[in-house]
Design a protein around this ligand. Structure first.
Ligand SMILES: NC(=O)c1ccc[n+]([C@@H]2O[C@H](COP(=O)([O-])OP(=O)(O)OC[C@H]3O[C@@H](n4cnc5c(N)ncnc54)[C@H](OP(=O)(O)O)[C@@H]3O)[C@@H](O)[C@H]2O)c1
Length: 322
């Protein structure tokens, strides 16, 4: 299709806005977008009316209720209900109104707490989930299974092809830098920046600094999403199975929290000391995705951690300096 009509759900979020940038850079001009205020995706009637009116050709489902451990623990009902409703409404309305291609975005939290490292796609549903975000993870697993079930029932008869990607930890422009409720990279950027500006002699990091984590720059995630959406069906089918169809999107390499803290400190230009508060818990020793499937499908990231941090800090300064 030459200039497909593409609906990006969640286009004001960190990932959705990166997908919009990637699509526009690739020359797509026929994009449909609605803010949360304009279209509440948990409202089935509103979602059906939207699809009936707009009839997009492709859908990127990057809208979700997301949050850290504290929010997940405090509002588990909202996390499971809203995410299930958004996915079910969008996937079903897309099917009813002739959308042939849809990409659902999940997260690495779908894998069991004790999954092998790196975590391959077939680790899904092999063990107990991390309890703190289990409701969210269950909703994301349901999203994968929605796509697979619609493909299995209607793929041949209606020509639909709904796919899923599971990104590792993301960072970059549009991230949430809230002091208490942000992921590790934006939290470190804020802390080191404030320490630099305030002339603070040392910054203490929680834990030993030895756990390893993987990070992907959000524009790489957007590029991977567009790549997976546009793969020929025969190629996608060759590398996936009808009931094991999701694709991991990782950087391919991980770093210790100590290495990450040093890299953020250098990026920000913080000259003080970095210490580790070993009385605080470390969390899982390693969370690393096996991205071989995506690699075999012809995609690799282009932004390394140093470059990504530089760009993320520039974005932070743009929004956080008077
Ligand atoms: N950020 C990461 O590190 C990361 C890692 C792995 C996977 N992911 C996945 O990527 C996806 C997007 O995450 P993100 O980081 O871009 O999150 P985000 O910045 O919070 O964006 C989510 C977007 O969804 C919208 N939204 C939420 N509830 C809605 C509703 N009921 N109706 C309509 N829109 C609604 C939000 O709008 P409002 O803000 O107006 O509510 C927001 O624009 C999620 O599925 C997430 O699991 C993210």
């Amino acid at each position: 299709m030459k200039n497909p009509k593409i609906y990006v759900a969640g286009h004001r979020g960190m990932v959705g806005s990166a997908i919009v940038r990637a699509l526009q850079a690739a020359g797509h001009s026929n994009l449909v977008m609605r803010t949360h205020a304009e279209l509440d995706l948990t409202d089935q009637a509103a979602v059906r009316a939207f699809f009936a009116a707009e009839k997009p050709d492709q859908v990127y489902l990057a809208a979700a209720k997301v949050g850290g451990i504290h929010a997940n623990n405090t509002y588990p009902a909202e996390f499971i209900y809203q995410n299930l409703m958004m996915e079910a409404n969008v996937v079903d309305a897309a099917f009813r109104h002739g959308v042939r291609q849809l990409l659902f975005l999940g997260s690495s939290c779908i894998y069991p707490k004790l999954a092998p490292q790196p975590m391959p796609e077939d680790a899904l549903l092999t063990g107990t989930l991390e309890p703190t975000n289990e409701p969210y993870a269950i909703a994301k697993i349901a999203g994968i299974k929605l796509c697979e079930s619609y493909n299995r029932q209607y793929g041949a008869s209606h020509g639909i092809d709904y796919r899923s990607v599971m990104p590792t930890n993301l960072y970059g422009p549009g991230d949430n830098y809230h002091p208490e409720n942000s992921h590790v990279i934006p939290a470190l950027i804020r802390r080191f920046h404030e320490a630099k500006v305030g002339g603070v002699a040392s910054v203490a990091i929680w834990g030993t600094g030895t756990p390893r984590r993987e990070f992907l720059y959000v524009d790489d995630m957007a590029a991977a999403s567009v790549h997976v959406m546009n793969l020929k069906k025969a190629v996608y089918d060759q590398h996936t199975q009808p009931m094991l169809s999701h694709i991991n999107v990782g950087y391919g390499d991980d770093v210790t929290i100590r290495e990450l803290a040093q890299a953020v400190g250098e990026t920000v230009g913080y000259a003080g000391a970095i210490t580790f508060d070993t009385t605080q818990p470390d969390g899982t020793p390693r969370k690393w995705m096996d991205s071989q499937r995506l690699h075999d499908l012809g995609w690799a990231p282009t932004v390394d951690l140093r470059e990504g941090l530089k760009r993320a800090y520039a974005d932070f300064l743009k929004h956080n300096t008077p």
